[in-house]
Design a protein around this ligand. Structure first.
Ligand code: PAF
Length: 274
């Protein structure tokens, strides 16, 4: 991979990176297509990064479909995509631990409260990928909005010469945000899961006239009576600091964030509120 990258750089070709954990779906392909439009070559990394999993079972059960992923990528481009699918040993060389990062507090909000060590793991692998691939641009989905904010912070604090390109959430026709974990949903849960986005949409409408607290209470109530979906958190936060809103100001951008368990599968989603 390093040799291939050096050859591109020598020819002054621009390079895009789409970091993934595989089990590619249309959301990933949208990132890849965008990257192909803006760059001469695109590296898609496929690596289920162990250090970002706070839950062992989630790591073991995470779908791994490399052959299918490569076939999908080949259907997008025959010659402009390189797949980088390292082993754990390649990346961590026998020392599978995270670096410790300071993301100016972004790492302590939401996902950071419920997935201890998760963002250190993400920071470690993404920094490593930037180091190996040296992309001009890197593409990340807004479904993991907090991850995106943290990666922007990583790049800023470590002076990494890469442009981070955010990409909108890709949804199934039902509204369910696309995720590799969706393939693990049993039929009844798959049918129930679009309730998450429907609730976010209503929350957005309510936020027009009601306080963040009132909207949060309303959302919590919707899930109390739901037989299949269990709410982990619903938070309305400042879109740049990710801190929970206390009092609304019309000068700020707000976003609602949600994490829900469908059986043992954890789903997250978010929506811009203004
Ligand atoms: O969003 C993901 O799939 C992962 O967190 C990433 C960015 C590929 C790092 O492992």
């Amino acid at each position: 991979m390093v040799k291939a990258i050096d050859a591109f750089k020598e020819k002054k070709q621009t390079l895009g990176l789409v970091p993934t954990m595989g089990a590619l779906h249309k959301g990933h392909l949208a990132l890849v297509k965008k990257a192909l439009k803006n760059n001469d070559k695109v590296v898609v990394s496929i690596f289920v990064n162990p250090t970002q999993f706070d839950n062992k079972e989630d790591l073991v059960k995470y779908p791994r479909t490399l052959e299918q992923d490569v076939a999908l990528l080949r259907s997008v481009s025959e010659d402009a995509i390189l797949v980088y699918a390292p082993t754990v040993e390649d990346v961590y060389a026998g020392n599978t631990v995270s670096e410790t990062f300071d993301f100016d507090g972004l790492e302590f909000e939401m996902e950071g409260k419920f997935r201890i060590g998760h963002f250190d793991g993400v920071g470690t692998i993404v920094k490593r990928l930037f180091d190996i691939i040296k992309p001009d641009k890197a593409y990340f989905g807004e479904k993991d909005f907090q991850q995106l904010a943290i990666i922007k912070k990583l790049v800023e604090k470590h002076h990494i010469p890469v442009t981070i390109v955010p990409c909108p959430i890709y949804r199934e026709p039902s509204g369910l945000a696309m995720s590799s974990r969706n393939t693990r949903l049993k039929p009844a849960y798959k049918e129930a899961a679009p309730f998450i986005y429907k609730t976010l949409e209503t929350a957005k409408t309510l936020f027009g006239t009601k306080s963040a607290n009132k909207v949060s209470q309303w959302v919590e109530k919707q899930f109390e009576s739901h037989s299949l979906l269990k709410l982990e958190y619903f938070i309305i936060a400042d879109a740049s600091t990710l801190k929970t809103v206390k009092r609304k100001s019309n000068k700020k951008a707000y976003r609602a964030f949600i994490a829900v368990y469908a059986d043992d599968i954890r789903l997250i989603d978010n929506i811009a509120l203004n």
